[in-house]
Design a protein around this ligand. Sequence first.
Ligand code: 3PG
Ligand code: MG
Length: 418
Amino acid sequence: MARDFFTMDDFDLSGRTVLLRVDINSPINPATGQLLNDARIREHLTTIRELRRSKVALLAHQSRPGKDDFTSLEVHAERIATLLGRPVRFVPSLFGRPAVEAIQGMRVGDVVVLENTRFYSEEEALADAKLEKMATTHIVQRLAPLAEYFVLDAFAAAHRAQPSLVGFCEVLPSMAGRVMERELMMLARAVQDPARPKVAHLGGVKADDSIAVAKHMLEKGIVDKILTSGGVANLFLDASGIDPGPPTTEFMRREVDDYDPLIVECKALLSTFRGRILMPSDVVLNDHGQGKPVSTRALPAKLPIYDIGLDTIARYVDEIRRAKTIFYNGPAGVFELEPFSVGTRELLSAVAEADGFSVVGGGHTVAALEQLGIQSEIDHVSTGGGALMNFLAGKELPLVSALRRSHAKFGKTAGSAR
Ligand code: 3PG
Ligand code: MG
């Protein structure tokens, strides 16, 4: 497949100053400021290490304004240094004089981590603006002249059009970093592989996104079947005429933006794709912390649904085993609580053991994979949550568009190409 974006193979970056945008948005304990998980940081090490003959100014965000884990990137910089085994300098500035001087003073092999891009109002205020407009922001105007190249590695933020993510693509030759490149290649491979059958499991509580994914994947023939669990299954059960009961329905109404229109959408999908959207035939209710298995024929229930049941697990595992490609997103139940972790554990284990090509994504799902210690048995563990779902829903990813534009714009002038 012909690439229409640059990668790190297209340029000789040695001795050059490179702006590197990563996504190291991580869980942080708000009380202590401690980093709770460094999985995203570790993902980017390949890219950072490959740039050891360059001068690297690293850009990233942490959380969002108003949240209690909206912190400085100082702890991230410390962790990068530990993992790399060499000093990394943190500068509490993004494009002010300390940042500019730090970049100008770098030597080959140096890594400077700049401050959280979302500390600066332009990042949010100009989100979704035109690329040309984003290129006029202070961050781009001040930093771009100090660097020769922009490496965009923040796949997990690929659905966010913000100046520090896409603004540089207008003014600097911009390329995908190794995380971004691998994500785009693996996802394209999974989507385009013609071998059948192909299935997607959609669980978790972000059900709005999942409905859009189910629709796109079935309409475009990307998968043959959708296996539903968690909040996604609750919606489809209701749409199919099985009322899950007040505690579950009330929970879903709080979790999704527009419950009733979503049910209408689910009904339409069930009738268009008859027999191709699978729903649980049994579930596990939370009875004061204890699991209570019931058939869905016994619904509505006065207790909330917390997991899928054993019959459902067996049916889904069978589909997963036969599939040539498997997409997996979202826990099947409240897996953080032991009595309700069976569905998630069994389905993910089946995905790990299956012969088919497997793609797993989403923050909670990846956390469950880590708990089970079976990450290495998955063909592609995506760093993306929202980004992956947007991709699978067929939406354009602004970061990919920006890379393409940079390729078109700087293609002819890529004189330093290898
Ligand atoms: C994420 O964790 O989803 C990415 O870092 C993007 O962050 P956002 O959802 O706050 O834009
Ligand atoms: Mg997000």
